[in-house]
Design a protein around this ligand. Structure first.
Ligand SMILES: CC(C)(COP(=O)(O)OP(=O)(O)OC[C@H]1O[C@@H](n2cnc3c(N)ncnc32)[C@H](O)[C@@H]1OP(=O)(O)O)[C@@H](O)C(=O)NCCC(=O)NCCS
Length: 150
């Protein structure tokens, strides 16, 4: 498995947009404020934020993430759109995407990164992230904002 820039795999954007709509319907669904395809297209940069990443196995895209402004927390740069195809979960794909996001953030001169989550707490702490504050998402679920000093 490898992680590459979304810009080198922009043909995957329609598929990724469908994944985002299914996973985050309150935001990207038909009545939501977000537009998944527009967000993904805006992340086809190579040397500036917003910048997107994809995880690839063989010639299949199996996950995605990006460094961008997080509308949920209003913090930037944040790791957003972190999603792994359901049949590929639990095998370190999200870990590899997060690691890659950290490396690119450092390359682009960032000293601190953010992420908001309800599910990745243990994994983030293992990777050196620390909790900053609580957050309530659009679907009223409560989560935490984590930071990572680079
Ligand atoms: C959360 C998600 C990105 C994890 O991807 P992954 O490739 O399975 O993650 P990894 O294999 O690198 O790490 C697995 C960790 O994620 C946690 N996890 C959360 N949801 C999981 C799921 N549905 N399946 C497997 N692991 C899951 C596991 O508990 C594990 O943590 P642990 O080692 O502390 O137990 C993936 O489940 C997903 O796409 N979920 C839907 C979208 C989402 O919630 N995104 C996160 C936004 S911050």
């Amino acid at each position: 498995m490898k992680v590459e820039l979304l810009d080198d795999h922009s043909e995957s954007i329609p598929m990724l947009a469908d994944w985002y709509v299914s996973e985050w319907a309150p935001y990207y669904g038909i009545d939501g404020p977000g537009d998944a395809r527009t967000d993904l297209v805006s992340r086809t940069n190579r040397d500036e934020i917003p910048i997107g990443f994809v995880a690839i196995e063989g010639d299949e895209i199996i996950g995605a993430a990006a460094l961008d402004f997080d509308v949920a927390t209003e913090r930037t740069p944040s790791v957003v759109g972190l999603l792994v195809e359901p049949s590929r979960r639990g095998r370190g794909v999200a870990t590899a995407l997060l690691k890659s996001a950290e490396l690119h953030a450092k390359r682009l001169g960032c000293s601190r990164l953010y992420v908001s989550t309800t599910v990745l707490d243990r994994l983030l702490v293992r990777m050196g992230w620390y909790p900053l504050e609580e957050i309530e998402f659009l679907d009223s679920e409560k989560g935490l904002i984590y930071a990572r000093d680079l």
